[in-house]
Design a protein around this ligand. Sequence first.
Ligand SMILES: [Zn+2]
Ligand SMILES: [Zn+2]
Length: 227
Amino acid sequence: MANPDPNAAQPPLRAAIVPVTPLQQNCTLLWCTKTMRGAFVDPGGDLDRLRAAATQHGVTIEKLLITHGHIDHCGSAGIFAEELGVPIEGPHEADRYWIARLEDDGRAYRVPGKPFEPDRWLVQGDQVTVGELVLDVYHCPGHTPGHVVFHHPESQLAIVGDVLFQGSIGRTDFPLGNHQDLIDAITTRLWPLGDETVFVPGHGQPSNFGQERRTNPFVADSVLARA
Ligand SMILES: [Zn+2]
Ligand SMILES: [Zn+2]
């Protein structure tokens, strides 16, 4: 028998999580294995660590993707984009309020923060590319009004920022937060992606939607049925 094609088992998308900033925010390096071109999702800070991760995996960064305007997710994104000479895509324009505050919030959280203007604001139904990968964009307001989620259907992988966590959901007590919007976004935009879908949250361990629908104390089916 001939040796199997070494490329056959290679998934089209690979991802590596790099926690950044004192808030231990999960920056995700994701890349197209065919072209070895990639993107950082939420490069909030610790740019030395992010540069090292890209080098370690042999990935050429072609853009930065942002889920929402909070300091730990995008404080250093403008600085990084300028340095790398790459565009920023996301979040939704409703997060202008937060992006404008990045310098002030950076002082408070000890993260280099700099306001930026994304090259592309995203809306519900948009798609973004990374190499030859195509990810779908879902607008999921509630934690912030302009929060977006990135989903790669072929990999059954979603990067959800601070919308949903293993066993919890995003805070909605910040300015412009809205609890009902968040619950609606999770149930009408994330759950339809399927129980098998694995998600990388903005903080903590990955999980999948099915597990959260069974056990999450805020959004499990049984909990919402009682509400
Ligand atoms: Zn946040
Ligand atoms: Zn966060």
